[in-house]
Design a protein around this ligand. Structure first.
Ligand SMILES: Cc1cc2nc3c(=O)[nH]c(=O)nc-3n(C[C@H](O)[C@H](O)[C@H](O)COP(=O)(O)OP(=O)(O)OC[C@H]3O[C@@H](n4cnc5c(N)ncnc54)[C@H](O)[C@@H]3O)c2cc1C
Length: 305
């Protein structure tokens, strides 16, 4: 192995650096960096079938402001518009958003060990986990921080890297059981683009977040919802929640309950009751389940209106 490839295998990519710089400053990230901002793919390309391919270096602001994206993938556009602050969105890239590291205050503290820093346990589990998961899927109780990952899961997007093609968001982020990693990228593996399927005929979508302050904060809970409604009935429904588990979570029981049902208040109320199925809240996180149910209900009502 050459010296260059040894350095590359231990190095961390830097896109806009909005996540990485904070970890460098606090000493949680050290070691060599590879700047990718001027050498990767950026921009949005449209296929003849209406499907979009988005370069990993495309900024969140560019996605949020693109009228074609808003028409084809309104849930993704709204997610991008609701994320962080105008300043962060202006710099932050889609690839960096998907690969950003945990926001857990124990992980971000250079003086505290945790599973993601080769420690033997999750200090948040026995400590302060007010912003932690309500679906306890693995050893680490920090929710996945990526708003765009939840939206891209709702849109069945695929991720392309310099080594692999056709990764689903579940392939990229795992099932939440591995508390030691935020994603399944190998050292030196770089996200190059994200491919979305063409939108369904007549589909609608929306996004909402519950947040502890107006903006400049990760959401407590967020949901991206898509629905194709024909003849007054839900045909296809996708509901993906963030902030509640170590990975963005599809609310499959709700989706199944709505399939083929009349798009009315009774069906929505019934499905909403299933939103928290499978939840296992921590002592401090049961409040997230009320927020989740409220968001699901609001979103479904707005899609059915
Ligand atoms: C106040 C504030 C509020 C925020 N709120 C939200 C929010 O609500 N939702 C949300 O999702 N985010 C939120 N963020 C986080 C922000 O969206 C991320 O910091 C940003 O998206 C990271 O993108 P970047 O290009 O700056 O990545 P960088 O900081 O450059 O990189 C982040 C990580 O990803 C890796 N990486 C970068 N690009 C690639 C690539 N192409 N392939 C493989 N690995 C890569 C880097 O090695 C690094 O580990 C918030 C940030 C702030 C400061």
């Amino acid at each position: 192995m050459s010296i260059a490839s040894v350095i590359a295998s231990a190095a961390e990519f830097r896109a806009a650096g909005t996540d990485l710089s904070e970890r460098r400053r606090s000493g949680v990230s050290a070691g060599p960096l590879i700047d990718i901002l001027s050498s990767g793919e950026s921009g949005i390309a449209w296929g003849v079938d209406g499907a979009a391919t988005i370069g990993a270096l495309t900024t969140i602001a560019a996605i949020a402001a693109d009228a074609h994206v808003a028409a084809a993938y309104p849930g993704m556009a709204a997610s991008a518009q609701g994320l962080a602050t105008p300043q962060v969105r202006h710099l932050a890239t889609l690839g960096g958003n998907l690969a950003q590291r945990s926001r857990c205050w124990y992980f971000r503290n250079p003086h505290i060990d945790c599973l993601k820093k080769r420690g033997s346990e999750c200090p948040a589990r026995s400590g302060n986990h007010l912003y932690g998961v309500a679906f306890d899927l693995g050893d680490c109780v920090a929710p996945h921080p990526s708003t765009m990952a939840a939206a891209l899961l709702a849109y069945d997007a695929h991720v392309v890297t310099n080594r692999r093609d056709g990764l689903t968001i579940v392939d990229l982020l795992g099932d939440g059981s591995n508390g030691r990693a935020d994603h399944a990228l190998a050292p030196g593996e770089m996200i190059t683009k994200i491919v979305l399927p063409a939108p369904l005929a007549g589909e609608r979508a929306a996004y909402k977040r519950a947040i502890s302050r107006t903006y400049a904060e990760w959401p407590l809970v967020e949901v991206c919802a898509r629905a194709a409604i024909a003849d007054g009935k839900f045909q296809v429904v996708r509901l993906v929640a963030g902030g509640i588990a170590a990975v963005p979570l599809r609310l499959s029981a709700c989706e199944r309950a709505l399939h083929g049902k009349a798009a009315n208040e009774a069906a929505i109320a019934e499905a909403t009751r299933l939103a928290a199925i499978g939840a296992k809240p921590l002592p401090m996180t049961a409040y997230k389940l009320d927020l989740l149910e409220g968001l699901v209900r609001d979103l479904l009502e707005s899609l059915a209106a």
